[in-house]
Design a protein around this ligand. Structure first.
Ligand code: HEC
Length: 129
């Protein structure tokens, strides 16, 4: 019930050109993920683990969104709403620490969020012989 109400208010807020609440976007995104993505993307699923490095390889949030929409769910691409793709993309990025949790991802701002891959583990310095 709360989720239904939330979706409605996202649509209303989106059409009024202001940003929906980031917390709400995260909650909705997590529901999309557990409903449509989790079965393949958590071990022992058939899809790859969506690690920070894997997500960051898409370069920016807009490209990740487009990939998700055009390729996922695998064999059922483009079956979710734009809002669902947006919310799940935001949720994946926040979970991976690639987007600040107080950010609302939108169609307008997503190109501005560049995805910086997490630092490689600093290679241990070689001890001098
Ligand atoms: C039926 C299984 C399945 C489902 C459901 C599924 N995926 Fe995938 N996903 C895959 C497979 C398999 C690949 C690898 C595709 C390839 O390499 O061409 C993949 C690749 C990806 C990648 C790219 C990973 C990389 O290596 O660059 C992302 C991001 C992704 N999926 C997100 C999602 C999201 C978001 C959802 C839910 C909306 C989802 N997937 C649902 C199987 C699935």
């Amino acid at each position: 019930m709360r989720i239904m109400f939330g979706l409605t208010s996202i649509l209303i807020t989106a059409s009024a050109c202001s940003n929906p609440d980031p917390e709400l976007q995260q909650r909705l995104g997590s529901v999309v993920y557990s409903t449509y993505c989790h079965s393949c993307h958590e071990a022992p699923g058939t899809g790859p683990r969506l690690t920070p490095a894997v997500l960051a390889s898409r370069l920016d949030a807009a490209r990740l969104y487009t990939y998700n929409q055009q390729q996922m769910p695998y064999n059922a691409a483009e079956t979710l709403s734009d809002e669902d793709y947006l919310n799940v993309t935001a949720w994946l990025l926040v979970r991976a620490n690639l987007l600040a949790p107080n950010t609302t991802l939108s169609m307008r701002n997503m190109e501005t969020f560049l995805l910086t891959p997490p630092n490689e583990e600093a290679s241990p310095s070689t001890p001098k012989p």
